[in-house]
Design a protein around this ligand. Sequence first.
Ligand SMILES: C=C(O[C@@H]1C=C(C(=O)O)C=C[C@H]1O)C(=O)O
Length: 312
Amino acid sequence: MSSTLERRVVTLGGARVGAGPAVVIAGRISLRARPVARPHDGPTDGWPPPGARDGLAGRVPLVEPAGAGDLPAVAARADGVVIGASWTRDIPLVRAAAALGLPVVVERRPSASLEEWLGLADYCAMEGGGEVILCETGRLDLGLLRAAREASGRPVVADVTGRPGLSAAAVAAGADGLVLGGLPAAPGGEGEDAYGMGVVDPEELRAAREAVTLVGALLRPETPATLPECREAIDRVDAALATLLERRAELAGVVQTLKPVGGFAGRDMERERSLVARMARRAPALGEERLAAVMNAVIEAGLHLAEERRRA
Ligand SMILES: C=C(O[C@@H]1C=C(C(=O)O)C=C[C@H]1O)C(=O)O
């Protein structure tokens, strides 16, 4: 984040994008890939009807219109309108979409420069209510994503549909959110793709949530101001800690098999002291003494686990 630029926060369907934790935006559809209307759907504007069997309560986080005719339905049913990467130069439609007053998600045209992308975002902010999110999509230029976030002060998200392996990298690069294509899945159930639009992929959703939790805990600065926010931030840190503790226990177990004398008998207090001293450099507020108590418990838990496994 630039120190001179005020960071703008956009509220999208109740989620604050741009400050605090990175968010997962699970649902983006394009009306350019309009599904086939089916007779029992009744009059259709190309949308799944509200309360359809896929559990969709009639709303989708992000919708890309195909034309101006879609805009009333987008206004009624979407949390945010998408300026799609393929038509960022259709200025009349860009303008009409921005004028809806919904948050506007401006995708980057493939090969568009930073200047062109940010210029379009400024244009949308002027034409609309000012709530603009930048979205990097396609092959994901994460360097550009980061530069856009710094240069504009606007929230920047990455569409990781079909690229779950880039979720962690996108959050590490500074993405304020991860977008997943498809209809939102039914709460608690696997989504039913009744309309040929595709449903958010559960594996992609899992990868995105892991990324915002684990990478967010490690790399994203946060200053929570309320008790729930603070607890959520702590929960993310604990998730990262648990992941690391499990990993550490596995490694400590391997060490026991490689040392001449393993287990509690082979305990090396000098090595324990030196690892605590190194950790204290990263955790100066906690300091050596408090860390030593924590690490003693961690090391003993690992030794107990290794012993249990050896006996089994
Ligand atoms: C893992 C080792 O064995 C023991 C456990 C340690 C740990 O969990 O970090 C450190 C030193 C030893 O007392 C080791 O020797 O490195």
